[in-house]
Design a protein around this ligand. Structure first.
Ligand code: PGA
Length: 250
């Protein structure tokens, strides 16, 4: 049985005060399922204090990290800093990091290694552009992201890895992949993982779908056999909509 993960990527939204308010409201609801939330760095520590007595587990994560343990990297945060602040996971290789901040596959590979080293669960994001999807060769960029991102990662670490398939054309556009398209791509990704790293690893690897997930499309996406959860941006900013997506995960 693969872990089912309904993760929220808040991006650059919510102050400490707003984070606390969201979490208190979430915790006072009948949370039907564990939550995974990646707030901005500045909210992590305060969030960790609040969720420490949650009845249903709320995992906290970073949205990015630097690969080095420490050093002269103005504006950056290390994995061990995230952990100390209360994170147990970290989103790595999000397409906004790749496109807006020019992160490349080698840096992402170093970040993944560093996350495993400090004991953070990476949510490693891959996905194709609209042009690659239209050309039909959409698996080429995804396979390249996977093979270079996971280069040299030892197999025991795979049990602590989460993948997220996030087609770039679906992120923040309101144009989610159909459940069929997402399922087909997840299945191809799992097949690629099986061919490269073995069937057991592929079978137990959670693959989340992300890109314009909302209250209306979550259930159908989650009903697909190779979709093991969701990575949600905009629809996870309001407690009620995040909660109603959590409720759709049986
Ligand atoms: P979205 O973002 O749900 O707002 O499309 C998803 C993501 O970027 O992880």
């Amino acid at each position: 049985m693969r872990k089912k993960i309904i993760a929220a990527n808040w991006k650059m939204h919510k102050t400490v005060h707003e984070t606390e308010k969201f979490l208190r409201e979430l915790m006072s609801s009948d949370m039907p399922h564990e939550a995974w939330i990646a707030p901005p760095f500045t909210s992590l520590h305060a969030a960790a204090q609040i969720v420490s007595n949650a009845k249903v587990k709320i995992h906290l994560g970073g949205q990015n990290m630097h690969a080095a343990a420490q050093g002269a990297f103005t504006g950056e945060i290390s994995g061990s800093m995230l952990k100390e602040a209360g994170a147990s996971f970290c989103i790595i290789g999000h397409s906004e990091r790749r496109n807006l901040f020019h992160e490349n596959d080698a840096e992402i590979n170093a970040k993944l290694k560093s996350a495993f080293h400090v004991g953070l669960t990476p949510i490693f994001c891959v996905g194709e552009s609209a042009a690659a999807r239209d050309s039909g060769d959409f698996m080429d960029p995804i396979e390249l992201q996977l093979s270079s991102g996971l280069l040299g990662i030892e197999s025991p670490h795979f049990k602590n890895l989460v993948l997220a398939y996030e087609p770039i054309w679906a992120i923040g556009t309101g144009k989610a992949a159909t459940p069929q398209l997402a399922q087909e791509t997840h299945n191809k990704i799992r097949g690629y993982i099986a061919a490269k790293w073995g069937g057991d690893i592929a079978k137990s690897l959670p693959i989340l779908y992300g890109g314009s997930v909302n209250v209306a499309n979550a259930k159908q996406l989650l009903s697909e056999p190779d979709i093991d959860g969701l990575l949600i941006g905009g629809a996870a900013l309001e407690v009620q909509s995040y909660l109603s997506i959590l409720r759709q995960q049986q």
